[in-house]
Design a protein around this ligand. Sequence first.
Ligand SMILES: *[C@@H]1O[C@H](CO)[C@@H](O)[C@H](O)[C@H]1NC(C)=O
Ligand SMILES: *[C@@H]1O[C@H](CO)[C@@H](O)[C@H](O)[C@H]1NC(C)=O
Ligand SMILES: *[C@H]1O[C@H](CO)[C@@H](O)[C@H](O)[C@@H]1NC(C)=O
Length: 495
Amino acid sequence: MFCTTVFVLTFASYVVAQSTPWGQCGGTGWTGSTTCPTGWACTAMNPYYSQCLQATSSSSLSTVSSLSSPVTSEPATTTAPRSSTSTSTSTLTGIAGTAPTVGPSKKVGKLPALGWNTWNAYGCDIDESKVLAAANQFVSLGLKDAGYEYVNIDDCWSEMSRDPTTGRIVPDPAKFPDGISGVAMQVHNLGLKIGVYSDAGTATCAGFPGSLGNENIDAATFNDWGIDYLKYDNCNVPGNWSDSATPPDNDCNSNSAIRYRQMTAALAAQSRPVQFNLCIWGTANVWDWGVRVGHSWRMSGDAGPTWSYITSIISINVQHLSSIDFFSHNDMDMMEIGNGALTIQEQRTHFAAWSFLKSPILLGTDLSKLSSDQLAIIKNKELLAFHQDSVIVTPAAPFTPSPSAPATNPPEFYAGESSKGIHVFIINTSNTTATKTFNFANVEGLSGRGLFTVHDMWTGKDIGKFSRSYSTRLDAHDTAAFLIESTKKKRSPRT
Ligand SMILES: *[C@@H]1O[C@H](CO)[C@@H](O)[C@H](O)[C@H]1NC(C)=O
Ligand SMILES: *[C@@H]1O[C@H](CO)[C@@H](O)[C@H](O)[C@H]1NC(C)=O
Ligand SMILES: *[C@H]1O[C@H](CO)[C@@H](O)[C@H](O)[C@@H]1NC(C)=O
């Protein structure tokens, strides 16, 4: 079924010494408070980390709904007790009763996207030469070889009005003299893919034509041009299309969700598969239903080139790690490496966190201005391999490193598995250099005994062999990235 039933578990909380909102409240090795403030629930993220999350205010099952298919079939048997009414499906009324139910393409978008987008670098000041320069730099800077693939045009690429005869959106001929199709051909000739931008409202955020009500003609136009990726924004939504309140969990029948579903269906009717990004700013509980509508969805408003943006979006994303899967990516927004005044340590954390939380990574700067240090960050083979792992999609998740470790927001210690083994990532969220220690026994997937080889993913080198725990000195706002291997790993017997 398109919209599945979800059961929301709520936990009672009691007033004793409490963890703080978003604070840690349990997990292996945790000795602090296990209770959360009223309205917050201690929720197990993994065996090593529980966190106080906002309890869902509604404990009723009224959020349960399903999409009716045009033909409603009766259950084959009638043995179910008639009294079980609380979980009955509601009949969808209004637009929800007729909205299309087709899901996104499974030919693209299995892994989080790697690419570039015009917005953070240029805003509305875009043209064909800037887009083609980025595409050529993918090749010349080795970014294409590293896996970067999508060259995406954001807002401001079109004329202010549609073609009065055809109803199609028209590329601005001053900015794109070869049209979007001409740019697409040149990008494709480099072995890369191209993305474009529209909006699930009547106009884009910058006031150019939006696609609400024109989904079919716009999807067909993008298909004719050879478009591979669509970022779909959320500005200029007519009153009757907005939701009067935040739709409940898992509600893909809200007006917000349906505005996006209409484009999903229009894209599905075309011949080219399109990776579909829902730029819905973390509204309408999109992480609960986004996978049924697109391949990735924005978790918040726009990024800025600031440390506070990086920490705030990590804090948001760690509450929704269970939404991450193949074809299902929480989008922490486009990269700011190269912009603003981020320190090199902050840029390392920016790239590492987007990698280990499996967010799309769309570079957002003038690539020709990147320093060799910045290029080394965005081309780091081992972090990209974790991000692009085609076997294990699960992101790294917070864990408690040792009984005495302080809880922080966002969490500082993350562990996760890739095809290569078990990884630990450590962010120093403080403003000063600090020593970070974790016990091997506290890392899920490692037994606490014996010697462990600690390998630095940034340098690609083994650091050494250690027992029981490992400590590392970290600059302010820097992130360490390790692969940890047990030296007692069993070998398969030779034959
Ligand atoms: C809003 O109004 C337009 C124009 O009448 C209509 O096509 C559309 O279906 C309406 N949207 C909803 C959610 O009812
Ligand atoms: C770090 O410094 C900033 C700016 O001076 C300050 O606002 C913030 O509270 C500090 N953070 C910590 C964890 O000390
Ligand atoms: C980085 O360092 C500061 C300063 O000691 C700590 O307070 C922060 O929590 C962060 N991590 C640490 C120390 O564990």
